[in-house]
Write a protein that binds this ligand. Sequence first.
Ligand code: MOS
Length: 751
Amino acid sequence: MSDKNPEAWRNDAYAKVTGKTKYTDDIKFPNMLHGVPVYSDFVHAKIINIGISAASEAEGVVKVITAKDVPGSNKFGQILKDFQIFAEDKIYYNGDVTAFVVAETREHAIAAAGLVKVEAEELPAILDPETAMKKNALIIHEDYGTNIINEHKVRRGDTEKGFSESDIILEEDFSTQYIEHAYMEPETAVCNPRYDGVIEVYGSMQHPFSTRRFVCALLGAKLSDIEIVGTPMGGGFGGKDDTAAIVCARTALAAKLTGRPVKTMYKREWSVRESYKRHPYKVHYKMGLTKDGYIKAVECKIIADGGAYCSVTPWVTWRSTVQCCGPYVVENVHCDTYGVYTNNVVTGAMRGFGSPQMNFVIESMMDIAAGKTGLHPVEIRRRNMVRQNSITITGQKLDNHKVAMEEVLDAVLKEFNYEDKYKKSSHGVTDTDELYGAGFAMSYRGMSLGAEGVDFCSAVINVQADGSILVETGIHENGQGSESAMCILTSEQLGVSLDKIRYRRPSTSVIPDGGTTVASRGTVMGGSAIVLAADKLRKLMTPFAVKKLGCDEDKIIFENDMLSDPAKNKSVKFDEIIKEMYSSRTYPHAMGIFKAPVVTWDEENGQGNAYFSWTYGCQAIELTVNKTTGKVKLLNAIAAHDTGKSVNKVMTQGQFYGGMAMGIGYGLLESLNQKDGIIKSLNFNTYRIPRSTDLPEMKAVIIENVDPNSPSGAKGIGEPTNELMAPAIANAVFNATGKRYFKLPVKITNK
Ligand code: MOS
């Protein structure tokens, strides 16, 4: 058997730690040109002219591309086709690209970019979504007719009645900030026009198939004429979608127009300026409770700043809507959610996808409610949380999987000695300068896309004549370890050693579109497709083993690189069966297709079985706040999540630690400095992400309730781990200081 430990193995680890991995910027073609984007000083303006003659004549410049050169459609998008890939009639935000300079070297292109002259008539910039929503507001996208991108709602029960039956009514306003994904590798693309007419695209992206749609739209090309090749990437976190796809699209157009390979490699400043961020939210939240702490009604209004383009705002805000009461049973709910255009930087997908904002609100509210009712924060949650067979606020009965809300909560309480820590609270009073506090937060999260999208994925297991195995899926390796997970599942399912298995990174031309690698769906969807492919393959192989071993079909097990009948003590080597299959003209090749169980949604009243399964999580943290300086020191943190089947323990833990660390940035440190639509914090010297020295000791508690709703049994965990630290910190700060913060990031003030 293999010396590879399936509990802690990555197919790409050696290459990555030795620097051998080839990222997009490492890819070079002979005769390659370099592309550079050109911005303007405007935030909202009507374009009069984009003057490119000086730039076109500059040294080394081969072509300066503008909207006029687009053969296909200049406007595209995953939902609304409003994203202009080259600024055309208007500048909608400061990150709009007005021209694209293609030159012999990157230096030549950068020098020439400064010579492009954008003449435009400035328009008033709309920088606040509430202003944008006003009846007489200037319409940003005129042909769309309104600044409201989308609305969602939940209508359940009768909130008026619910509030009238309440003893306590709480009403608060919360706001959250922009978050930059801060992937290590900025947007990069290399496009090669091939002799056969196909344009090959290598790029740092999460979603090869989504990128292909953007490229094809801009070029007016058929899907089969563009081949997006999966390339190792340096981080995504939800952020390598629209912007990354658009960078690929511009580069592909440059390759098409010049007939030469072209590379675009973003500087950090361009990336921060142009790329979409996590949505800032404004949330008005009203909650009614009985004096025993039972929630009777919730009314909330959620406003998300969508920035200049729609991107995936309707999907992000949909999850916020479905999960607007957190993991609590509330019979009377009235929620109105709005995604709104402004002239600020675009906002879109980021790890959590609409849940981090809402969890900060809800879990702060639960602690406030605990204070008002005199109940312990744990007790008030126990009284309201979802349990087996509970009905969610959208009318979904939680009966098709194990509802593990209480299990993860209890795990945190026990493993963290939460009670002792919570009681140690300073409540703002201490002899020393350091105020001590502990806090926690919990959530549930719908698996995969839910009713946002069409959810299916495929995998191919292709066994070679010598018994070695090539595996492919429609899921992209974003750096999270998905390729390794697919190999480990294949190894388990076929009972063969990991040494035999190689992940073959597919291009969009060789595997069917498996949907985007988002929504913590990689192992759930791709992994399930692998399990189904392995099942097909075992069925193909079994008749050959039956013949060889003289046993019944249902007696055969796949184990230790053998097919065996343990009762008869007979075995044959996996490789031998494969050899037999090839010599009798049977391919040991199988494709598995996993279609997610059906979900439902009624837009009118916001009711339906929104997700086919749910995952549960709880996180806690202890900290001190310095009375004089306000400095917060994080001591210890813990996370317990129901991961379903954990395919690779160490990688699962990696998701926990990474998610918690990012959550700490959200809770305490990160804030984009955007003034009048212009981002000032364009690099990490001014945009403060957590450093290793900011992080507390972290503990991961993996709770494995195998999910019966998918063949892999896994539950996505990339996002759940990122959505709870901010409210846990806010609650711990309250526990320490007695002061409640309603705005992220939590900035300690002495007032
Ligand atoms: Mo994501 S934020 O669903 O990549």
